[in-house]
Design a protein around this ligand. Structure first.
Ligand code: HGA
Length: 608
Protein backbone atom coordinates (compact mmCIF):
# COMPACT_ATOMS: atom_id res chain seq x y z
CA UNK A 1 0.00 0.00 0.00
CA UNK A 2 1.04 3.58 -0.39
CA UNK A 3 2.74 5.36 2.46
CA UNK A 4 2.38 8.96 3.64
CA UNK A 5 4.78 10.91 5.84
CA UNK A 6 4.42 14.60 6.68
CA UNK A 7 6.47 16.95 8.84
CA UNK A 8 6.08 20.44 10.28
CA UNK A 9 8.65 21.70 12.81
CA UNK A 10 12.06 23.35 13.09
CA UNK A 11 14.27 20.66 11.57
CA UNK A 12 15.01 19.62 8.01
CA UNK A 13 11.79 17.97 6.83
CA UNK A 14 13.43 16.31 3.83
CA UNK A 15 15.63 14.13 6.01
CA UNK A 16 12.81 13.24 8.38
CA UNK A 17 10.41 12.41 5.56
CA UNK A 18 12.97 10.25 3.74
CA UNK A 19 13.70 8.40 6.97
CA UNK A 20 9.95 7.82 7.48
CA UNK A 21 9.44 6.61 3.90
CA UNK A 22 12.30 4.17 4.38
CA UNK A 23 10.47 2.69 7.36
CA UNK A 24 7.41 2.17 5.16
CA UNK A 25 9.31 0.39 2.39
CA UNK A 26 8.27 -3.02 3.78
CA UNK A 27 4.69 -2.31 2.63
CA UNK A 28 5.75 -2.47 -1.00
CA UNK A 29 5.74 0.46 -3.43
CA UNK A 30 6.66 1.35 -6.98
CA UNK A 31 7.65 5.03 -6.77
CA UNK A 32 8.41 7.72 -4.22
CA UNK A 33 8.30 11.49 -3.93
CA UNK A 34 8.26 14.44 -1.60
CA UNK A 35 7.49 18.16 -1.55
CA UNK A 36 8.75 20.79 0.89
CA UNK A 37 8.17 24.46 1.42
CA UNK A 38 11.54 26.14 1.15
CA UNK A 39 11.50 29.90 1.84
CA UNK A 40 7.99 30.30 0.43
CA UNK A 41 8.84 28.16 -2.58
CA UNK A 42 7.27 24.77 -3.16
CA UNK A 43 9.94 22.32 -4.24
CA UNK A 44 9.41 18.69 -5.07
CA UNK A 45 11.07 15.60 -6.41
CA UNK A 46 9.31 12.39 -7.45
CA UNK A 47 10.55 9.26 -9.15
CA UNK A 48 9.46 5.88 -10.33
CA UNK A 49 11.24 2.94 -8.73
CA UNK A 50 13.06 2.56 -5.45
CA UNK A 51 13.40 5.20 -2.77
CA UNK A 52 17.10 5.30 -3.66
CA UNK A 53 16.13 7.03 -6.94
CA UNK A 54 14.45 9.82 -4.98
CA UNK A 55 17.36 10.05 -2.54
CA UNK A 56 19.87 10.18 -5.39
CA UNK A 57 17.97 12.98 -7.10
CA UNK A 58 17.78 14.97 -3.83
CA UNK A 59 21.49 14.39 -3.26
CA UNK A 60 22.22 15.86 -6.70
CA UNK A 61 19.77 18.72 -6.32
CA UNK A 62 19.13 19.27 -2.60
CA UNK A 63 15.77 20.51 -1.40
CA UNK A 64 14.95 21.21 2.21
CA UNK A 65 12.31 22.86 4.33
CA UNK A 66 10.73 22.65 7.75
CA UNK A 67 7.33 21.75 6.26
CA UNK A 68 6.86 18.86 3.86
CA UNK A 69 4.97 15.76 2.73
CA UNK A 70 6.29 12.52 1.25
CA UNK A 71 4.83 9.42 -0.34
CA UNK A 72 5.62 5.91 -1.46
CA UNK A 73 3.16 4.87 -4.16
CA UNK A 74 1.63 1.49 -4.94
CA UNK A 75 -0.19 2.32 -8.12
CA UNK A 76 -3.90 1.71 -8.47
CA UNK A 77 -4.72 4.27 -11.18
CA UNK A 78 -2.08 4.80 -13.86
CA UNK A 79 1.15 2.87 -14.29
CA UNK A 80 4.19 3.54 -12.10
CA UNK A 81 5.95 6.55 -13.66
CA UNK A 82 7.50 9.86 -12.60
CA UNK A 83 4.35 11.76 -13.66
CA UNK A 84 2.00 9.46 -11.76
CA UNK A 85 4.14 9.54 -8.59
CA UNK A 86 2.95 11.71 -5.73
CA UNK A 87 2.93 14.54 -4.71
CA UNK A 88 0.61 16.04 -7.30
CA UNK A 89 0.62 19.79 -7.79
CA UNK A 90 -1.93 22.29 -9.09
CA UNK A 91 -1.14 24.22 -12.31
CA UNK A 92 0.69 27.05 -10.53
CA UNK A 93 2.54 24.53 -8.38
CA UNK A 94 1.70 26.24 -5.13
CA UNK A 95 -0.31 23.38 -3.60
CA UNK A 96 0.93 19.78 -3.23
CA UNK A 97 -1.05 16.67 -2.30
CA UNK A 98 -0.18 13.08 -1.38
CA UNK A 99 -2.92 10.48 -1.24
CA UNK A 100 -3.50 6.88 -0.14
CA UNK A 101 -6.59 5.12 -1.39
CA UNK A 102 -8.86 5.37 -4.39
CA UNK A 103 -11.15 8.20 -5.45
CA UNK A 104 -14.15 6.34 -6.84
CA UNK A 105 -15.79 9.27 -8.60
CA UNK A 106 -12.58 10.68 -10.09
CA UNK A 107 -13.68 10.33 -13.72
CA UNK A 108 -16.76 12.52 -13.20
CA UNK A 109 -14.73 15.08 -11.24
CA UNK A 110 -11.93 15.01 -13.81
CA UNK A 111 -14.37 15.79 -16.59
CA UNK A 112 -15.87 18.62 -14.56
CA UNK A 113 -12.41 20.07 -13.90
CA UNK A 114 -11.31 19.74 -17.53
CA UNK A 115 -14.49 21.58 -18.55
CA UNK A 116 -13.44 24.34 -16.15
CA UNK A 117 -10.08 24.60 -17.91
CA UNK A 118 -7.86 22.46 -15.66
CA UNK A 119 -5.17 20.37 -17.32
CA UNK A 120 -3.92 17.05 -16.01
CA UNK A 121 -0.38 15.77 -16.03
CA UNK A 122 -1.00 12.27 -14.67
CA UNK A 123 -3.37 9.35 -15.09
CA UNK A 124 -4.03 9.10 -11.38
CA UNK A 125 -7.27 9.54 -9.52
CA UNK A 126 -5.30 11.61 -6.98
CA UNK A 127 -4.59 14.56 -9.25
CA UNK A 128 -8.23 15.64 -9.20
CA UNK A 129 -7.86 16.35 -5.46
CA UNK A 130 -5.25 19.06 -5.89
CA UNK A 131 -7.17 20.75 -8.73
CA UNK A 132 -10.36 20.66 -6.68
CA UNK A 133 -8.56 22.35 -3.77
CA UNK A 134 -7.22 24.92 -6.22
CA UNK A 135 -10.74 25.48 -7.53
CA UNK A 136 -12.18 26.11 -4.05
CA UNK A 137 -9.20 28.11 -2.80
CA UNK A 138 -10.01 31.69 -1.78
CA UNK A 139 -7.18 32.39 0.65
CA UNK A 140 -8.12 29.74 3.23
CA UNK A 141 -6.38 26.38 2.66
CA UNK A 142 -8.35 24.48 5.31
CA UNK A 143 -11.63 25.82 3.90
CA UNK A 144 -10.69 24.79 0.35
CA UNK A 145 -9.66 21.30 1.48
CA UNK A 146 -12.92 20.86 3.40
CA UNK A 147 -14.96 21.83 0.34
CA UNK A 148 -12.88 19.59 -1.93
CA UNK A 149 -13.13 16.47 0.23
CA UNK A 150 -16.89 16.94 0.43
CA UNK A 151 -16.94 16.11 -3.26
CA UNK A 152 -14.90 12.91 -2.98
CA UNK A 153 -16.24 9.35 -2.90
CA UNK A 154 -14.03 6.40 -2.11
CA UNK A 155 -11.18 6.06 0.35
CA UNK A 156 -8.56 8.66 1.03
CA UNK A 157 -5.98 9.75 3.48
CA UNK A 158 -4.37 12.99 2.34
CA UNK A 159 -1.41 15.18 3.22
CA UNK A 160 -1.60 18.74 1.83
CA UNK A 161 0.78 21.70 1.91
CA UNK A 162 0.87 25.05 0.13
CA UNK A 163 3.62 27.63 -0.31
CA UNK A 164 0.96 30.26 0.43
CA UNK A 165 0.59 28.73 3.91
CA UNK A 166 4.15 27.95 5.09
CA UNK A 167 2.99 27.25 8.66
CA UNK A 168 0.23 24.78 7.87
CA UNK A 169 0.05 21.07 7.14
CA UNK A 170 -3.40 19.63 6.45
CA UNK A 171 -4.19 15.95 7.03
CA UNK A 172 -7.45 14.25 6.04
CA UNK A 173 -8.66 10.75 6.76
CA UNK A 174 -11.53 8.79 5.24
CA UNK A 175 -11.49 4.96 5.14
CA UNK A 176 -7.70 4.92 4.86
CA UNK A 177 -5.57 5.12 8.01
CA UNK A 178 -3.71 8.26 9.03
CA UNK A 179 -2.13 9.25 12.32
CA UNK A 180 -0.64 12.41 13.80
CA UNK A 181 2.64 12.14 15.70
CA UNK A 182 3.10 14.62 18.54
CA UNK A 183 6.64 15.89 19.16
CA UNK A 184 8.15 18.92 20.95
CA UNK A 185 7.74 21.92 18.66
CA UNK A 186 7.14 19.54 15.76
CA UNK A 187 4.29 17.41 14.45
CA UNK A 188 4.17 14.47 12.08
CA UNK A 189 1.61 12.84 9.84
CA UNK A 190 1.89 9.21 8.78
CA UNK A 191 -0.15 6.44 7.26
CA UNK A 192 1.55 3.89 9.48
CA UNK A 193 3.24 3.99 12.87
CA UNK A 194 6.75 2.75 11.90
CA UNK A 195 7.25 5.92 9.81
CA UNK A 196 7.47 8.11 12.90
CA UNK A 197 8.39 5.74 15.71
CA UNK A 198 12.01 6.92 15.76
CA UNK A 199 10.78 10.46 16.35
CA UNK A 200 7.83 10.15 18.74
CA UNK A 201 5.72 7.55 20.51
CA UNK A 202 2.75 9.88 21.09
CA UNK A 203 0.13 9.49 18.40
CA UNK A 204 -3.43 10.47 17.58
CA UNK A 205 -5.43 8.13 15.37
CA UNK A 206 -7.54 10.23 13.03
CA UNK A 207 -11.08 9.03 12.49
CA UNK A 208 -13.22 9.01 9.36
CA UNK A 209 -13.98 12.51 8.06
CA UNK A 210 -11.35 14.11 10.32
CA UNK A 211 -9.58 17.10 8.81
CA UNK A 212 -6.57 18.18 10.88
CA UNK A 213 -4.73 21.48 10.64
CA UNK A 214 -1.20 21.24 12.00
CA UNK A 215 1.10 24.13 12.83
CA UNK A 216 4.55 23.80 14.44
CA UNK A 217 3.40 23.46 18.00
CA UNK A 218 -0.33 22.81 17.93
CA UNK A 219 -3.05 21.15 15.96
CA UNK A 220 -6.81 21.34 15.53
CA UNK A 221 -9.01 18.49 14.34
CA UNK A 222 -12.35 19.17 12.66
CA UNK A 223 -15.03 16.65 11.85
CA UNK A 224 -18.01 17.85 9.85
CA UNK A 225 -16.85 21.44 10.58
CA UNK A 226 -16.98 20.83 14.34
CA UNK A 227 -13.82 21.01 16.40
CA UNK A 228 -13.18 17.59 18.00
CA UNK A 229 -10.81 16.17 20.61
CA UNK A 230 -8.97 12.92 19.95
CA UNK A 231 -7.12 10.97 22.59
CA UNK A 232 -3.30 10.91 22.48
CA UNK A 233 -2.02 7.33 22.69
CA UNK A 234 1.42 6.11 23.70
CA UNK A 235 2.86 3.46 21.35
CA UNK A 236 4.60 0.64 23.13
CA UNK A 237 5.46 -1.52 20.09
CA UNK A 238 8.89 -1.74 18.53
CA UNK A 239 9.35 -0.97 14.83
CA UNK A 240 9.02 -4.60 13.76
CA UNK A 241 5.76 -5.14 15.61
CA UNK A 242 4.50 -1.82 14.29
CA UNK A 243 5.16 -2.82 10.66
CA UNK A 244 2.97 -5.82 11.23
CA UNK A 245 0.29 -3.67 12.90
CA UNK A 246 0.91 -5.62 16.09
CA UNK A 247 0.36 -9.03 14.43
CA UNK A 248 3.13 -11.58 14.87
CA UNK A 249 3.44 -12.23 11.14
CA UNK A 250 2.54 -10.61 7.85
CA UNK A 251 0.48 -13.68 6.96
CA UNK A 252 -1.77 -13.19 9.98
CA UNK A 253 -2.04 -9.47 9.26
CA UNK A 254 -2.98 -10.26 5.65
CA UNK A 255 -5.59 -12.82 6.72
CA UNK A 256 -7.14 -10.07 8.85
CA UNK A 257 -6.89 -7.55 6.01
CA UNK A 258 -9.15 -9.72 3.84
CA UNK A 259 -12.47 -8.04 4.69
CA UNK A 260 -11.02 -4.65 3.70
CA UNK A 261 -9.25 -6.02 0.61
CA UNK A 262 -12.47 -7.68 -0.55
CA UNK A 263 -14.40 -4.48 0.14
CA UNK A 264 -11.88 -2.44 -1.85
CA UNK A 265 -11.94 -4.86 -4.79
CA UNK A 266 -15.70 -5.15 -4.73
CA UNK A 267 -17.57 -2.10 -3.66
CA UNK A 268 -15.83 0.50 -5.75
CA UNK A 269 -16.94 -1.37 -8.82
CA UNK A 270 -20.62 -1.55 -7.99
CA UNK A 271 -22.69 1.64 -8.05
CA UNK A 272 -25.77 2.38 -5.95
CA UNK A 273 -28.06 0.80 -8.55
CA UNK A 274 -26.08 -2.43 -8.44
CA UNK A 275 -24.51 -1.90 -11.87
CA UNK A 276 -20.94 -3.06 -12.30
CA UNK A 277 -18.39 -0.57 -13.55
CA UNK A 278 -15.04 -1.92 -14.82
CA UNK A 279 -12.70 0.77 -16.06
CA UNK A 280 -10.06 -1.42 -17.72
CA UNK A 281 -12.35 -4.01 -19.31
CA UNK A 282 -13.14 -3.04 -22.87
CA UNK A 283 -14.96 -6.10 -24.21
CA UNK A 284 -18.24 -5.06 -25.85
CA UNK A 285 -21.46 -7.09 -25.96
CA UNK A 286 -20.75 -7.77 -29.65
CA UNK A 287 -17.23 -9.03 -28.93
CA UNK A 288 -18.45 -11.12 -26.02
CA UNK A 289 -20.96 -12.90 -28.27
CA UNK A 290 -18.10 -13.90 -30.59
CA UNK A 291 -16.11 -15.53 -27.78
CA UNK A 292 -16.65 -19.25 -28.05
CA UNK A 293 -14.03 -20.56 -25.63
CA UNK A 294 -12.29 -19.28 -22.52
CA UNK A 295 -9.02 -20.52 -21.05
CA UNK A 296 -8.14 -19.55 -17.50
CA UNK A 297 -4.38 -19.84 -17.05
CA UNK A 298 -2.49 -19.46 -13.77
CA UNK A 299 -0.18 -21.16 -11.26
CA UNK A 300 -0.56 -22.33 -7.66
CA UNK A 301 -3.08 -20.41 -5.60
CA UNK A 302 -4.12 -18.27 -8.57
CA UNK A 303 -4.95 -21.48 -10.46
CA UNK A 304 -7.26 -22.51 -7.62
CA UNK A 305 -9.03 -19.17 -7.90
CA UNK A 306 -9.23 -19.87 -11.64
CA UNK A 307 -11.10 -23.14 -11.01
CA UNK A 308 -13.82 -21.21 -9.24
CA UNK A 309 -13.69 -18.73 -12.13
CA UNK A 310 -14.39 -21.56 -14.56
CA UNK A 311 -17.47 -22.55 -12.60
CA UNK A 312 -18.73 -18.98 -12.35
CA UNK A 313 -18.23 -18.14 -16.04
CA UNK A 314 -19.86 -21.36 -17.19
CA UNK A 315 -22.79 -20.72 -14.90
CA UNK A 316 -23.45 -17.07 -15.77
CA UNK A 317 -21.89 -16.50 -19.17
CA UNK A 318 -22.73 -19.93 -20.59
CA UNK A 319 -19.44 -20.36 -22.42
CA UNK A 320 -16.98 -23.27 -22.52
CA UNK A 321 -14.19 -22.65 -20.00
CA UNK A 322 -10.98 -24.62 -19.56
CA UNK A 323 -8.79 -23.89 -16.52
CA UNK A 324 -5.17 -24.88 -16.92
CA UNK A 325 -1.84 -24.62 -15.13
CA UNK A 326 0.38 -22.12 -16.94
CA UNK A 327 3.44 -24.39 -17.09
CA UNK A 328 1.34 -27.06 -18.84
CA UNK A 329 -0.76 -24.73 -20.99
CA UNK A 330 2.26 -23.16 -22.65
CA UNK A 331 3.41 -26.53 -24.04
CA UNK A 332 -0.01 -27.93 -24.92
CA UNK A 333 -1.58 -27.94 -28.34
CA UNK A 334 -4.47 -25.69 -27.29
CA UNK A 335 -7.49 -24.69 -29.34
CA UNK A 336 -6.82 -21.00 -29.69
CA UNK A 337 -8.13 -18.66 -32.35
CA UNK A 338 -9.69 -15.18 -32.57
CA UNK A 339 -12.76 -16.48 -30.74
CA UNK A 340 -10.72 -17.40 -27.67
CA UNK A 341 -10.50 -15.33 -24.51
CA UNK A 342 -7.57 -16.17 -22.25
CA UNK A 343 -7.89 -15.04 -18.63
CA UNK A 344 -4.51 -14.79 -16.95
CA UNK A 345 -4.38 -14.73 -13.14
CA UNK A 346 -1.20 -13.63 -11.35
CA UNK A 347 -0.87 -11.74 -8.07
CA UNK A 348 2.48 -10.18 -8.99
CA UNK A 349 1.84 -9.98 -12.73
CA UNK A 350 5.40 -11.23 -13.23
CA UNK A 351 5.01 -15.02 -12.80
CA UNK A 352 7.30 -16.43 -15.50
CA UNK A 353 5.19 -19.43 -16.56
CA UNK A 354 2.01 -17.36 -16.65
CA UNK A 355 3.65 -14.59 -18.65
CA UNK A 356 5.00 -17.10 -21.17
CA UNK A 357 1.53 -18.64 -21.49
CA UNK A 358 0.06 -15.17 -22.07
CA UNK A 359 2.55 -14.48 -24.88
CA UNK A 360 1.94 -17.88 -26.45
CA UNK A 361 -1.85 -17.37 -26.45
CA UNK A 362 -1.55 -13.82 -27.75
CA UNK A 363 0.66 -14.88 -30.64
CA UNK A 364 -2.09 -17.29 -31.68
CA UNK A 365 -4.70 -14.54 -31.78
CA UNK A 366 -6.41 -14.88 -28.38
CA UNK A 367 -7.76 -11.86 -26.55
CA UNK A 368 -6.06 -11.49 -23.16
CA UNK A 369 -7.80 -10.41 -19.97
CA UNK A 370 -5.65 -10.38 -16.87
CA UNK A 371 -6.45 -10.43 -13.17
CA UNK A 372 -3.51 -9.04 -11.25
CA UNK A 373 -2.66 -7.14 -8.09
CA UNK A 374 0.15 -5.03 -9.51
CA UNK A 375 -0.61 -2.03 -11.71
CA UNK A 376 1.74 -1.74 -14.66
CA UNK A 377 3.14 -5.27 -14.16
CA UNK A 378 4.24 -7.22 -17.26
CA UNK A 379 1.01 -9.20 -17.34
CA UNK A 380 -1.05 -6.00 -17.12
CA UNK A 381 0.99 -4.25 -19.80
CA UNK A 382 0.59 -7.09 -22.26
CA UNK A 383 -3.17 -7.58 -21.79
CA UNK A 384 -6.05 -5.94 -23.65
CA UNK A 385 -8.30 -6.03 -20.60
CA UNK A 386 -7.26 -5.81 -16.96
CA UNK A 387 -9.00 -6.41 -13.67
CA UNK A 388 -6.91 -5.11 -10.77
CA UNK A 389 -7.50 -6.77 -7.42
CA UNK A 390 -7.02 -3.94 -4.98
CA UNK A 391 -5.65 -6.14 -2.21
CA UNK A 392 -2.58 -4.01 -1.56
CA UNK A 393 0.88 -5.59 -1.49
CA UNK A 394 1.02 -9.11 -0.15
CA UNK A 395 4.23 -9.69 1.77
CA UNK A 396 3.85 -13.21 3.20
CA UNK A 397 4.82 -15.86 0.67
CA UNK A 398 1.66 -17.88 1.34
CA UNK A 399 -1.12 -16.05 -0.45
CA UNK A 400 -4.33 -15.22 1.40
CA UNK A 401 -5.81 -11.83 0.54
CA UNK A 402 -4.64 -12.08 -3.08
CA UNK A 403 -6.54 -15.38 -3.39
CA UNK A 404 -9.79 -14.12 -1.90
CA UNK A 405 -9.71 -10.97 -4.01
CA UNK A 406 -9.09 -13.12 -7.11
CA UNK A 407 -12.28 -15.00 -6.22
CA UNK A 408 -14.05 -11.65 -5.98
CA UNK A 409 -12.64 -10.70 -9.39
CA UNK A 410 -14.24 -13.80 -10.89
CA UNK A 411 -17.56 -13.10 -9.17
CA UNK A 412 -17.62 -9.60 -10.60
CA UNK A 413 -16.44 -10.57 -14.08
CA UNK A 414 -18.91 -13.41 -14.47
CA UNK A 415 -21.83 -11.30 -13.27
CA UNK A 416 -20.75 -8.44 -15.53
CA UNK A 417 -20.32 -10.62 -18.62
CA UNK A 418 -23.44 -12.65 -17.82
CA UNK A 419 -25.50 -9.47 -17.77
CA UNK A 420 -23.75 -8.05 -20.83
CA UNK A 421 -24.60 -11.21 -22.73
CA UNK A 422 -28.20 -11.05 -21.55
CA UNK A 423 -27.98 -14.40 -19.75
CA UNK A 424 -28.83 -13.16 -16.30
CA UNK A 425 -32.36 -12.40 -15.30
CA UNK A 426 -32.41 -8.90 -13.66
CA UNK A 427 -33.97 -9.96 -10.34
CA UNK A 428 -31.49 -12.77 -9.90
CA UNK A 429 -28.61 -10.47 -10.85
CA UNK A 430 -29.59 -7.94 -8.18
CA UNK A 431 -30.15 -10.64 -5.58
CA UNK A 432 -26.64 -11.96 -6.18
CA UNK A 433 -25.05 -8.50 -6.19
CA UNK A 434 -26.78 -7.64 -2.90
CA UNK A 435 -25.43 -10.79 -1.28
CA UNK A 436 -21.97 -10.09 -2.73
CA UNK A 437 -21.94 -6.78 -0.86
CA UNK A 438 -22.53 -8.63 2.42
CA UNK A 439 -19.40 -10.72 2.03
CA UNK A 440 -16.75 -8.42 3.57
CA UNK A 441 -18.70 -8.47 6.85
CA UNK A 442 -19.27 -12.22 6.69
CA UNK A 443 -15.56 -12.83 6.08
CA UNK A 444 -14.71 -10.59 9.03
CA UNK A 445 -17.08 -12.47 11.31
CA UNK A 446 -15.65 -15.80 10.11
CA UNK A 447 -12.05 -14.77 10.86
CA UNK A 448 -12.93 -14.01 14.47
CA UNK A 449 -15.24 -16.97 14.99
CA UNK A 450 -12.84 -19.67 13.71
CA UNK A 451 -9.58 -18.35 15.16
CA UNK A 452 -9.61 -20.36 18.38
CA UNK A 453 -10.81 -23.52 16.62
CA UNK A 454 -7.94 -23.18 14.14
CA UNK A 455 -5.47 -23.15 17.07
CA UNK A 456 -7.04 -26.31 18.52
CA UNK A 457 -6.92 -28.08 15.16
CA UNK A 458 -3.30 -27.02 14.65
CA UNK A 459 -2.43 -28.59 18.01
CA UNK A 460 -4.17 -31.82 16.97
CA UNK A 461 -2.48 -32.14 13.54
CA UNK A 462 0.98 -30.71 14.23
CA UNK A 463 2.75 -34.10 14.45
CA UNK A 464 0.83 -35.84 11.69
CA UNK A 465 2.68 -36.85 8.55
CA UNK A 466 -0.36 -36.46 6.28
CA UNK A 467 -3.70 -34.68 6.20
CA UNK A 468 -6.47 -34.81 3.63
CA UNK A 469 -9.02 -32.23 2.62
CA UNK A 470 -12.12 -33.49 0.87
CA UNK A 471 -14.99 -31.66 -0.81
CA UNK A 472 -17.25 -31.71 -3.85
CA UNK A 473 -17.95 -29.05 -6.48
CA UNK A 474 -16.69 -25.67 -5.32
CA UNK A 475 -15.71 -27.26 -2.00
CA UNK A 476 -13.22 -29.42 -3.90
CA UNK A 477 -11.54 -26.30 -5.33
CA UNK A 478 -11.35 -24.80 -1.83
CA UNK A 479 -9.85 -28.09 -0.64
CA UNK A 480 -7.08 -27.79 -3.22
CA UNK A 481 -6.20 -24.32 -1.94
CA UNK A 482 -6.52 -25.44 1.69
CA UNK A 483 -4.10 -28.34 1.16
CA UNK A 484 -1.62 -26.10 -0.65
CA UNK A 485 -1.66 -23.60 2.23
CA UNK A 486 -0.88 -26.32 4.76
CA UNK A 487 1.93 -27.80 2.64
CA UNK A 488 3.54 -24.42 1.96
CA UNK A 489 4.10 -23.32 5.51
CA UNK A 490 3.61 -26.28 7.87
CA UNK A 491 5.49 -28.77 5.65
CA UNK A 492 2.88 -31.42 6.44
CA UNK A 493 1.94 -33.55 3.47
CA UNK A 494 -1.57 -32.46 2.56
CA UNK A 495 -3.74 -33.49 -0.36
CA UNK A 496 -7.18 -32.61 -1.60
CA UNK A 497 -9.60 -35.15 -3.01
CA UNK A 498 -12.91 -34.74 -4.71
CA UNK A 499 -15.21 -36.61 -2.31
CA UNK A 500 -16.55 -38.87 -5.04
CA UNK A 501 -13.07 -39.76 -6.23
CA UNK A 502 -11.90 -41.24 -2.90
CA UNK A 503 -13.26 -44.71 -3.58
CA UNK A 504 -11.23 -44.86 -6.80
CA UNK A 505 -7.98 -45.31 -4.95
CA UNK A 506 -7.09 -42.59 -2.45
CA UNK A 507 -9.21 -43.99 0.37
CA UNK A 508 -6.48 -46.63 0.77
CA UNK A 509 -4.46 -43.94 2.55
CA UNK A 510 -6.96 -43.55 5.39
CA UNK A 511 -6.03 -45.32 8.61
CA UNK A 512 -6.69 -44.91 12.33
CA UNK A 513 -6.62 -41.21 13.33
CA UNK A 514 -5.71 -39.88 9.85
CA UNK A 515 -6.92 -36.27 9.90
CA UNK A 516 -9.47 -35.48 7.21
CA UNK A 517 -11.00 -32.03 6.89
CA UNK A 518 -14.26 -32.22 4.99
CA UNK A 519 -15.64 -29.06 3.44
CA UNK A 520 -19.40 -29.42 3.01
CA UNK A 521 -20.89 -26.04 2.13
CA UNK A 522 -22.40 -26.81 -1.29
CA UNK A 523 -25.96 -27.61 -0.31
CA UNK A 524 -26.84 -29.38 -3.58
CA UNK A 525 -24.00 -31.85 -2.91
CA UNK A 526 -24.34 -32.02 0.85
CA UNK A 527 -25.80 -35.54 1.09
CA UNK A 528 -23.12 -36.87 -1.24
CA UNK A 529 -20.38 -35.29 0.87
CA UNK A 530 -21.92 -36.72 4.04
CA UNK A 531 -21.65 -40.21 2.46
CA UNK A 532 -17.98 -39.54 1.68
CA UNK A 533 -17.39 -38.41 5.25
CA UNK A 534 -19.02 -41.58 6.58
CA UNK A 535 -16.80 -43.72 4.41
CA UNK A 536 -13.56 -42.16 5.75
CA UNK A 537 -14.93 -42.14 9.28
CA UNK A 538 -15.66 -45.86 9.13
CA UNK A 539 -11.99 -46.43 8.22
CA UNK A 540 -10.84 -44.68 11.36
CA UNK A 541 -10.25 -41.11 10.14
CA UNK A 542 -10.44 -38.18 12.57
CA UNK A 543 -12.86 -35.93 10.69
CA UNK A 544 -13.29 -32.21 11.03
CA UNK A 545 -16.28 -30.83 9.13
CA UNK A 546 -16.65 -27.30 7.77
CA UNK A 547 -20.25 -26.56 6.90
CA UNK A 548 -23.13 -24.08 7.04
CA UNK A 549 -25.06 -23.26 10.19
CA UNK A 550 -28.11 -25.22 9.07
CA UNK A 551 -26.31 -28.60 8.76
CA UNK A 552 -26.40 -29.43 12.47
CA UNK A 553 -26.60 -33.17 11.72
CA UNK A 554 -22.89 -33.11 10.78
CA UNK A 555 -22.14 -32.83 14.49
CA UNK A 556 -23.22 -36.44 14.98
CA UNK A 557 -21.04 -37.70 12.14
CA UNK A 558 -17.75 -35.79 12.51
CA UNK A 559 -15.34 -35.54 15.43
CA UNK A 560 -15.48 -31.77 15.27
CA UNK A 561 -17.60 -29.39 13.20
CA UNK A 562 -17.08 -25.74 12.38
CA UNK A 563 -20.19 -23.84 11.33
CA UNK A 564 -20.09 -20.94 8.89
CA UNK A 565 -22.55 -18.16 8.12
CA UNK A 566 -25.08 -18.84 5.40
CA UNK A 567 -24.62 -17.47 1.91
CA UNK A 568 -25.25 -18.57 -1.68
CA UNK A 569 -23.37 -21.72 -2.72
CA UNK A 570 -21.16 -19.73 -5.08
CA UNK A 571 -19.97 -17.43 -2.27
CA UNK A 572 -19.21 -20.10 0.33
CA UNK A 573 -15.59 -20.56 -0.91
CA UNK A 574 -14.84 -17.08 0.40
CA UNK A 575 -15.91 -18.14 3.90
CA UNK A 576 -14.75 -21.77 3.91
CA UNK A 577 -11.13 -20.96 3.02
CA UNK A 578 -10.59 -18.83 6.15
CA UNK A 579 -10.32 -21.73 8.61
CA UNK A 580 -7.78 -23.62 6.43
CA UNK A 581 -5.71 -20.42 6.16
CA UNK A 582 -5.65 -20.10 9.94
CA UNK A 583 -5.02 -23.83 10.47
CA UNK A 584 -1.96 -23.57 8.19
CA UNK A 585 -0.80 -20.45 10.02
CA UNK A 586 -1.10 -21.85 13.55
CA UNK A 587 0.38 -25.24 12.59
CA UNK A 588 3.44 -23.55 11.09
CA UNK A 589 3.69 -21.37 14.18
CA UNK A 590 3.55 -24.29 16.62
CA UNK A 591 6.17 -26.13 14.57
CA UNK A 592 8.47 -23.13 14.77
CA UNK A 593 8.57 -22.61 11.00
CA UNK A 594 9.32 -19.30 9.32
CA UNK A 595 5.68 -18.48 8.55
CA UNK A 596 6.25 -15.54 6.21
CA UNK A 597 9.23 -17.00 4.37
CA UNK A 598 8.75 -20.77 4.11
CA UNK A 599 11.64 -22.91 2.94
CA UNK A 600 12.27 -23.38 -0.79
CA UNK A 601 9.66 -20.78 -1.80
CA UNK A 602 9.74 -17.27 -3.27
CA UNK A 603 6.93 -14.74 -3.35
CA UNK A 604 7.03 -14.07 -7.04
CA UNK A 605 8.15 -17.01 -9.20
CA UNK A 606 10.00 -15.36 -12.05
CA UNK A 607 11.77 -18.48 -13.30
CA UNK A 608 10.33 -21.29 -15.40
N1 HGA B 1 -4.88 5.86 -6.20
C1 HGA B 1 -3.59 6.44 -5.96
C2 HGA B 1 -3.03 5.97 -4.63
C3 HGA B 1 -2.84 4.48 -4.60
C4 HGA B 1 -2.69 3.85 -3.22
O1 HGA B 1 -3.11 4.34 -2.19
N2 HGA B 1 -2.12 2.63 -3.18
O2 HGA B 1 -1.99 1.93 -1.98
C5 HGA B 1 -2.64 6.16 -7.10
O3 HGA B 1 -2.86 5.24 -7.90
O4 HGA B 1 -1.67 6.87 -7.22
Amino acid sequence: MCGIVGYIGQKDGTEIILEGLEKLEYRGYDSAGLAVIDKNRLRYSKHEGKLSNLKESIREEPISGTLGIGHTRWATHGVPSNENSHPHMNGEENIAVVHNGIIENYLILKKELIDRGYTFKSDTDTEIVVHLIDFYYEGDLLGAVTKAVDRLKGAYSLGIISRLHPDELIAVRYESPLILGIGHGELFVASDIPAILNRTRKVVYLENNDVAKLSRDSYLIYNGNRLVEREIKEIEWDIEAASKDGYDHFMLKEIHQQPQAIKDTLLRRIDNNGSIFLENINITAEELKKINRVYIVACGTAYHAGLLGKYMLEQFVRVVVIADIASEFRYNDNFIDEGTLVIIVSQSGETADTLAALREAKSKGARILSITNVVGSSVARESQDIFYTWAGPEIAVASTKAYTTQLVAFYILSLYFGRLKGNLEENLYHEIVNELKELPDKVKKTIYSVDLIAMEIAEKIKDKSSLFYIGRGLDYYTSLEAALKLKEISYIHAEAFGGGELKHGSIALIEEDTPVIAIATQQNLYDKTVSNIKSVKSRGAYVIGITRERNTDLGTICDKVVYLDESFNIFMPLLSVILPQLIAYYTALIKGNDVDKPRNLAKSVTVE
